[in-house]
Design a protein around this ligand. Structure first.
Ligand code: ISJ
Length: 447
């Protein structure tokens, strides 16, 4: 989809009175609006961005997919007319995006500019109308569009967040059976034992099949309701709720949330206290895995930063399905030739991290292609949004799935393999990581 006229964007603040008049209480309430497929989404803790409609987009693949996307966005911005009285990250010109994990993937990477964006951040709400057809966006036109969307808002009556609601869907293995995947894990462990390779992240896919069409909106609504601490993303057919941030850029500050080290909450003995601290924080294997991930991220980020900081000890991130060892990294960005790096430039430099690929990166990447026997598609790739000022938020597309057609959903999950890994335990870890999507699809925990 190419733009025929220059991009135009108009952003206005949405005051509480207007929101109340339209019956809008927050982004989650707007999810069910406009179309059964629902909007482009990036949501967390009652804030975030929703994009309605698509006016122009970039598609690309291969090793230059990030650079090509950046070039496309810069070209679009060069002739853009932006009227933005709010001036916050995500206001004015913006696009949602999703990138394939691998440069060899058949899956297309995309940046998508919506027709209308509703944003909520730090207590401020705004509305942006964007056009590429020569029409001049105005406050009146933007509000009229929002009014239509808010009026069409329907809350599906079938929505339930009960995890054990019986479902009519079935789940089958994807590229590999469980036994085959465990054999791949054993091969991974053997490769590490031979030396050279320290860690490889091996993933697998399962396919959920439904006699009735699945509702993208209901999936997003359940993820938002259950995984408030995660970033719920929806970019076309890619949906999920990730706990991991590859990079967030807000002006001259960049932040990342690095995870590695996982414990299934179902394994917690009844009545125990401090279980996660003892098992996760106290495990050398888990700490080792976590350190790989933090070191890899900071090494790649360092050339772009004047200052980099992260706590000496990771913290334990508690999610409904698992605990993770987590580290929040903050960087003060360095300008080069008077320019700060854009979020997309940092995405290109950081992807793939050791959390989803391994160490050393090249060797791990080759082994992944050999052992997983699947195309990861957008799984474990960057997903998020960017704006015209260089800001953006990019998560790693984990705990997610691709809606392949109305009746088939492909779920992905992986685990970091080190020399001490046990294939059975790693398999169980993938089931714990499938759980957010299984819950969102109202499927049993471990079919
Ligand atoms: C690979 C996944 O998760 C990654 C691997 C982790 C681990 O091995 O402990 C933890 C969080 C993520 O960085 C996934 O969710 O599919």
């Amino acid at each position: 989809m190419t733009a025929s006229f220059p991009l135009r964007a108009h952003t206005l603040a949405l005051d509480p009175a207007t929101l109340a008049e339209l019956g809008i209480t927050g982004p989650a309430g707007l999810l069910g609006a406009s179309s059964p497929d629902g909007p482009l989404s990036w949501l967390r803790r009652g804030e975030g961005l929703l994009g309605f409609g698509e006016i122009t987009s970039f598609t690309g693949s291969g090793p230059s997919r990030f650079a090509d996307a950046e070039q496309w966005w810069k070209t679009l911005l060069a002739s853009a007319a932006v009227d933005d009285s709010v001036r916050m990250p995500g206001t004015g010109a913006m696009a949602f995006g999703s990138f394939a994990f691998s440069k060899t993937s058949a899956s297309e990477s995309a940046l998508i500019v919506p027709a209308l964006v509703v944003g909520f951040s730090d207590g401020t709400a705004w509305l942006t109308q964007l056009t590429v057809d020569g029409t001049v966006p105005t406050a009146g036109a933007a509000l009229a569009l929002l009014r239509d969307i808010a009026a069409s808002h329907t809350v599906p009556t079938s929505l339930s967040t009960t995890p054990d609601t019986p479902s009519v869907g079935t789940v089958r293995s994807g590229a590999l059976t469980e036994e085959e995947w465990k054999a791949s894990v054993r091969s991974g462990v053997a490769a590490i034992a031979r030396g050279g390779l320290e860690k490889v992240v091996l993933a697998r896919d399962v396919v959920a099949e439904f006699p009735e069409p699945v509702s993208r909106v209901s999936i997003l609504q359940r993820l938002v309701a259950l995984y408030d601490e995660c970033w719920t993303y929806g970019v076309r057919g890619l949906v999920g709720a990730t706990p991991e941030i590859l990079i967030k850029v807000d002006g001259s500050v960049a932040q990342a949330r690095v995870l590695a080290g996982t414990l299934d909450r179902e394994d917690e003995p009844a009545g125990s206290t401090g279980f996660a601290d003892a098992v996760l924080g106290g495990s050398l294997k888990q700490r080792h895995e976590h350190d790989f991930a933090v070191r890899s991220l900071t090494r790649q980020l360092a050339p772009f930063a004047t200052d980099l900081s992260f706590p000496a000890e990771p913290f334990i991130l508690e999610l409904p399905n698992v605990w993770h060892l987590a580290s929040d990294v903050t960087a003060q960005l360095a300008s080069s030739n008077g320019h700060l790096p854009t979020s997309l430039a940092l995405v290109e430099a950081l992807h793939p991290t050791a959390a989803v690929c391994g160490t050393p990166r090249e060797d791990a990447g080759k082994l992944i292609l050999e052992l997983e026997k699947m195309d990861r598609g957008p799984y474990a790739g960057p997903v998020g949004w960017l704006d015209g000022a260089g800001n953006g938020e990019w998560g790693i597309a984990l705990r997610g799935a691709v809606l392949e057609d109305p009746h088939h959903v492909r779920l992905y999950a992986g685990a970091g393999i080190v020399e001490a890994s046990d294939p059975e335990a790693e398999l169980a870890e993938t089931w714990a990581k499938f759980r957010p999507m299984l819950q969102a699809l109202q499927l049993p925990n471990h079919p």
